[in-house]
Design a protein around this ligand. Structure first.
Ligand SMILES: N[C@@H](CCC(=O)N[C@@H](CS)C(=O)NCC(=O)O)C(=O)O
Length: 378
């Protein structure tokens, strides 16, 4: 087949398998191909015709001939367009490149997948196993910058999407898989890959992919198998309220989409009075037909409804300890702080002492919380 024949790619924007093919085309400078975005829930007749065996994207059509399976496609591209070779010339080096690509495909992907499709203790086990697998994989770099040497090669193209997907999945889950301490070589390879213009130029948009992964992970882990998780979420709040802020932190950390409604606390809306008739305060969470008041109740409700990025530990004793300190902060520390701010004379002195005593207890816990959840981002 002449390299000059028409090229068409069937893909899906969030598919790492399609991305690898697009990277290969991009590195070869084949910019003129036609791209067909597939809706995988409603596949086009043409896709089914071109890939009747797997019925999957990516499919490359070159001069009217279809080629399926991303690894097969990449080798085809490399053999058809000879510039910027992805596989080395030497047969042994080619075999090694194929060996690591196969290892990434058959060992690393399922190991990574199981981290992001489990929760709790199963997830801890999956993280340990995936790290072991990735440790072996990083050994394949063997002192080189890329698997291909100084520039990207076949294995880099095949496994390079880990560099973008893994940190985003970590963000969604609130768990780390690849860190500097355990996998320093892989971490550096991630960074080196993402520094390459040809790689960066065709990455899917970060926020869009994050939202997509969030939905995907929820389906996988059943974390929103609770039917309610799909219902619309609204928050009645006030910009200056720390109680509202803590609910917003949790909504953000769990990447829950919601509508924010600002309340004027000097002129409360009928909706606020109706949804929180007992306290008549913000925050109020409206979820589907239900409404819920009191920030600590809301935080626990969100945590139980959306299981990703857990706020409370799994162990019952650790959960009780977390609730103990949260209650202490609200019932002891907060009144003392307010007292210190508004009272005078001896009463104020007493409150300041109480604040100091309370702070001494709570400081370590609060610091750990702030460090853990990077609340400064929100
Ligand atoms: N081994 C295949 C995997 C391709 C694949 O899993 N494609 C997914 C999109 S990421 C797909 O088309 N899924 C639709 C389906 O399986 O019905 C390859 O390397 O091309």
């Amino acid at each position: 087949m002449a390299a000059g024949e028409a090229v068409k790619l069937f893909g899906m924007w969030a598919s790492p398998y399609a991305l690898r093919v697009r990277w290969a085309l991009h590195l070869k400078g084949i910019e003129y191909y036609e791209y067909e975005e597939e809706d995988l829930r409603n596949k086009s007749p043409l896709l089914l015709q071109y890939n009747p065996v797997y019925k999957q994207i990516p499919v490359l059509v070159h001069g009217g001939k279809p080629i399926a399976q991303s690894l097969v496609i990449i080798e085809y591209i490399d053999e058809t367009w000879k510039n910027n070779p992805l596989l080395p010339e030497d047969p042994y080096d080619r075999a090694i490149a194929r060996f690591w690509a196969k290892f990434a495909e058959e060992k690393c992907i399922p190991a990574i997948f199981s981290v992001f499709s489990t929760v709790g203790e199963d997830q801890d086990k999956a993280i340990k196993e995936a790290r072991e697998c990735l440790k072996v994989f990083e050994g394949g770099l063997n002192g080189k910058k890329f698997f291909g040497g100084d520039s990207l090669g076949f294995t880099d193209i095949v496994a390079g999407w880990f560099a973008y997907w893994v940190p985003l999945n970590e963000e969604v889950l609130g768990r780390t898989l690849v860190d500097e301490r355990d996998l320093p070589v892989l971490k550096r390879w991630f960074q080196d890959l993402l520094d390459i213009d040809a790689v960066k130029e065709i990455l899917p948009p970060r926020e869009k992919l994050l939202a997509h992964l969030q939905g995907f992970l929820e389906k996988l882990t059943g974390s929103s198998s609770n039917d309610m998780a799909g219902e619309a979420v609204k928050l009645l709040g006030n910009w200056a309220s720390p109680f509202v802020l803590r609910v917003r932190w949790v909504l953000r950390l769990k990447r829950i989409e919601y509508e924010y409604v600002e309340e004027d606390l000097l002129n409360k809306s009928p909706r606020l009075l109706q949804s929180n008739p007992v306290y008549k305060k913000v925050p109020v969470l409206l979820h589907g037909e239900k409404s819920l008041a009191e920030s600590l109740m809301i935080v626990e409700y969100l945590d139980e409804t959306w299981k990703n990025n857990p706020m409370l530990p799994e162990d019952p004793y650790e959960r009780a300890t977390a609730r103990f300190w949260a209650k202490y902060a609200d019932e002891k520390l907060l009144p003392a702080i307010l007292g210190a701010a508004v009272k005078t004379g001896e009463d104020q002195e007493k409150c300041i002492k109480e604040v100091h005593a309370a702070m001494a207890h709570i400081l370590a816990v609060t610091t750990a919380f702030l460090m853990d959840f990077q609340v400064h981002e929100i």
